[in-house]
Design a protein around this ligand. Structure first.
Ligand SMILES: C[S@@+](CC[C@H](N)C(=O)[O-])C[C@H]1O[C@@H](n2cnc3c(N)ncnc32)[C@H](O)[C@@H]1O
Length: 219
């Protein structure tokens, strides 16, 4: 191998290392500074979501016809449209997002599919604009970690839930704002929403929480 080839290889290795280090630094920064995924980066939300599939969400959420459900952080509606179909025309799906552009995008997709049971609201998950005990279920997927005060969000979700309601939170490892199952369960339990069931592994899971559900003792 010539001296030039060796230098080129060394330069390529160095560039690779610098790239990996910058990516790692960006991931750490994102985790320490929770913020909403900008609308300009919505391309992340388009491809099929591995592990946290729509079928798995349906299995753990157990949506019923006619229910009133809240989805926090719908993005461009990957889960929104199927949820609206599962609860049927007599059900009502409220979607709440910090970004009006995400809501507009989702609503335009819903219109294309002929769905008329979705109500959008631009607001912050830390201060939900709904009365106590409004919803049969609350759903949020790859959203919790973007919320600066997750404890406030859990308290608000508990407040707007009917006493018999459930919350389903979905997380995918690799998302810079991924929340581990343990961290989610600790915070949810502190808000009075202990874990009822989990589908999947730490790499991609849906956790279901219910008000006042007493988890089975270990052993
Ligand atoms: C990564 S996207 C997930 C979108 C969708 N759930 C999915 O999995 O395809 C997170 C969404 O949560 C919204 N979001 C972030 N922080 C929020 C907050 N504090 N209140 C309401 N929505 C928020 C973002 O605007 C974005 O639409």
């Amino acid at each position: 191998m010539s001296v030039t080839d060796r230098r080129l290889r060394r330069a390529a290795r160095l560039a690779g290392l610098l790239g990996a280090a910058s990516l790692l630094a960006a991931m750490v920064w994102w985790r320490r500074h929770p913020s909403a995924c900008p609308y300009s980066q919505r391309f992340w939300l388009e491809p099929p979501h591995p592990l946290i599939t729509r079928a798995r969400l349906r299995e753990i959420l157990e949506p019923q016809l006619g229910e009133r459900i809240l989805e926090i952080g719908p993005g461009t509606g990957y889960y929104t449209l199927p949820i609206a179909e599962w609860i049927g025309p007599d059900g009502r799906l409220d979607i709440l997002d910090l970004q009006q552009a995400m809501l507009d995008d989702t609503m335009s997709r819903a219109r294309e599919r002929g769905l008329q049971n979705i109500t959008p609201t631009c607001a912050d998950a830390q201060h939900l604009p709904y009365p106590d005990g409004t919803f049969d279920a609350v759903v949020l997927v790859t959203t919790l970690g973007e919320i600066p005060d997750q404890d406030a969000a859990w308290r608000e979700m508990a407040r707007v839930l009917k006493p018999t309601g459930r919350i389903v939170n979905g997380e995918l490892f690799g998302d810079p704002h991924w929340v581990s199952p343990g961290a989610a369960e600790l915070r949810a339990t502190a808000a009075g929403l202990p874990s009822h069931r989990r589908l999947g592994t730490w790499a991609g899971y849906f956790g279901r929480h219910e008000l006042g559900h007493i988890p089975k003792a270990a052993g």
